[in-house]
Every structure is written in C-alpha cells, then in structure tokens.
Ligand binder design. Structure first.
Ligand code: ZN
Length: 369
C-alpha cells in the first residue's frame, strides 16, 4: 500500500531536501484546507485594516500584506500554506505601507501578552528544543499572569481573556473585554499606557519606600508562604525602613530574594505589548518550528490541567500518516501523543516529521506509508 518516495538518486542531498520540503508543504497545505473548512483559522477582525505577515524559511519573511475581503485572505493562505502566519495587533489606515506606525497610520491596537518560556532546571534538552517541563512552566506563568494580576488587580473576568497556546513554549493572552466601553478604552491606549501596564506586572517601578497596595498584597502572600511574620509589612508603606531594622539582619537578604524572584517570575516579551507594529501569530495557524497548532484554550481547560500541548495541539490527521525516516544528526528525545522519539526512531508520524523539519534536523524520508 505504501507509496515509495525514495528517489533513485538518494545520495544527492539536494534531492533529499526537496523530497522533505515537498512533503512538509503538502502537510501544511492539508492542514490549512482543514482549518479553513472548519473555521479554525482566525480571520482578524476588521481585516482591511490589519497587516498580515508570513514566514517560509525564517520566522517573518514578508509583511505589509493586506486583504480587503476575507475570502481573498483565506484563498491566499490556502495557496501559500505558510510555515508561520501572523497578523498585526494594530489596526491601521495603511497596513500595506512599509515603515513604522507613522507610515501605516495606526488608529487602534489589540492588547495582548506573550509568555515565552526558556528551558527550566528540569529540562534535559538543548535551548531550542522543548519538553513537558518547559511547557508546564509556560502554563504556570500564564495562570500566574491571569490569577495574580489580570483578575484581582485589573478586574478582568475570565471571559474577558482569550488564551492561545502559541504552538511552541508559550501562550498569548489577549485582553478582549465583553464590556464594549472598556474594550474601546483599552484598545485606544497609547504606547505609554501599554508600557505602564506591563511594567506594573513585571514590578519594574516597584519602590520599596512607597509600596502600593497591589504589590504589597502579592509579596505579603509570598512572605507568608515562606513562614515570615508579615504584620509590620502590612502596617507600613515604607518597606525599605522595615527591612533595614537591626533585628532584620538575617531575614533581609532572604526577603529581598523573595521580592526579586517574585518580580522575575514571568517571561513576558515586552515588545508584544510595547511595539506599535508588532505582529502576533494567527490563532489556528501552525507554528513552523514545531508543526503544532496555535490553539485557543479555555481558562478552565488550562487551569484544571486538561490541556496537554504535546497531544492536544497536534492536528489529528498528522498522527495518521507515517513515514520511514533516517535521522542523520544528534537530537534530544521528544514525546508526541505519548510516544517517545529519538535519533534511532525509524517509523514516525507526520507530526514528528514537521517537528524535525522545523528544528532544522538533518533527516531523510525513505518511504511514505
Ligand atoms: Zn523542557
């Protein structure tokens, strides 16, 4: 039954690469046909005022693209099946113009956070690889952002947030208030307001001489968890003075360390909040590094631990077609849909093929099943 795509000139590496490339683009194309039909692929709101970007060989090859009609945008996606696909967070008068916000005449902007985690202490892989531990860290940071900041201090409800698994080691959290007036307000924030928002969350303007209530509450909770008495901190705004009291000689460095660690818990890409013309991955597209779906996840699915990216962000059809391959370079292990793969793996699903391709692994396709 298997269709042999082993080429008579297998020794020629360029031919091998062409076979792999053809297969990869075929799979992306198969996915987008499905995604468009099922309406999984995001059509950015007010499409004519949004800039579209895409990447084939690198993350962003091309931008300044725009479409008047969603049917043309979808046709373009189907024809090109890009490895990376983005839209601008901003709405602009001239999204097709090259240059910055002035040339494009920006008039409104979505507010989104990008959590992009590095490898954790538990990770045993190279920096650009991933595993269940760094994916877990990305999920935890997303929940911290929502549960410790966006909900209690900014008053957003879970329904006001759109959470999207990025397709790699991260999540995008969009603020999309149901209250129209509030939505109007925040989507007209300027750069300064957006900067203030993210800097507050990162504790960048935290002043120990003059503690505000929000950060005070966050840190007091942390002190309590570490079994420190907190009464004196609760009763003053001047923590600097409190920390420098004679009887705190021993506890001061520990408390300062807790403060520092708490401020640095979130790996937020500040540009996604700050940059006027920033592009963000299209919801429902595939991530070119992994072949995983950038997928919207409900808060409860995330918080109850029901979302497992290494299974749930895999397009189901990519688990049905198999290839015989030969991997020529050293790789770390990776688990996809509960199967572990390594350098010796010979028979692999399409999902692994895309993951290897995206990570620049040298491999050959011997046969397609
Ligand atoms: Zn990891």
């Amino acid at each position: 039954m298997g269709k042999t795509i082993k080429n008579q000139s297998l020794a020629k590496s360029t031919n091998d690469e062409n076979i792999v490339l053809k297969e990869v683009f075929g799979l992306y194309s198969e996915y987008y046909k499905y995604a468009v039909k099922r309406k999984w692929l995001e059509i950015p709101k007010d499409l004519p005022h949004r800039e579209i970007g895409f990447g084939i060989t690198k993350k962003v090859d091309n931008r300044n693209i725009c479409f008047e009609r969603s049917v043309d945008y979808l046709k373009w996606v189907l024809n090109n099946s890009p490895l990376h696909l983005y839209k601008s967070l901003s709405y602009m008068e001239h999204p097709e113009n090259m240059g910055g916000a002035n040339q494009k005449k920006l008039f409104r902007r979505e507010i989104a956070f990008d959590i992009d985690t590095h490898k954790t202490e538990k990770c045993k892989h190279d920096e650009n690889w991933l595993c269940e531990h760094c994916l877990e860290e990305a999920k935890n940071q997303t929940l911290i952002l929502i549960d410790e900041f966006l909900t209690p201090f900014f008053g957003f409800s879970k329904n006001d947030l759109k959470i999207v698994f990025s397709g790699n080691r991260g999540y995008h959290i969009y603020i999309d208030p149901k209250n129209e007036q509030l939505k109007e307000e925040i989507e007209h924030w300027g750069k300064d307001e957006r900067r203030y928002f993210i800097e507050f969350i990162l504790g960048k303007n935290l002043n120990l001489n003059q503690m505000g209530n929000s950060w005070k509450k966050i840190l007091i909770d942390k002190f309590k968890k570490n079994k420190f008495a907190t009464k004196s901190f609760e009763n003053t705004k001047n923590w600097d003075k409190e920390l420098n009291k004679v009887n705190r000689e021993k506890s001061k460095p520990i408390l300062l360390n807790i403060i520092d660690k708490t401020k640095n818990r979130l790996e937020l890409d500040e540009k996604v909040m700050d940059d006027d013309i920033r592009l963000l991955r299209m919801v429902g597209s595939l991530h070119g590094f992994t072949g995983f779906m950038a997928k919207e996840i409900k808060y409860n699915t995330l918080s109850t631990g029901f979302f497992e990216p290494l299974s749930d962000a895999i397009f189901s059809e990519f688990s049905k077609s198999y290839y015989d391959i030969k991997i020529n370079s050293e790789i770390n292990d990776v688990i996809i849909k509960n199967e572990r793969y390594d350098k010796e793996s010979k028979e692999v699903p399409a999902s692994l093929l895309l993951f290897l391709y995206g990570h620049g692994v040298d491999f050959e396709i011997l046969e397609k099943h």
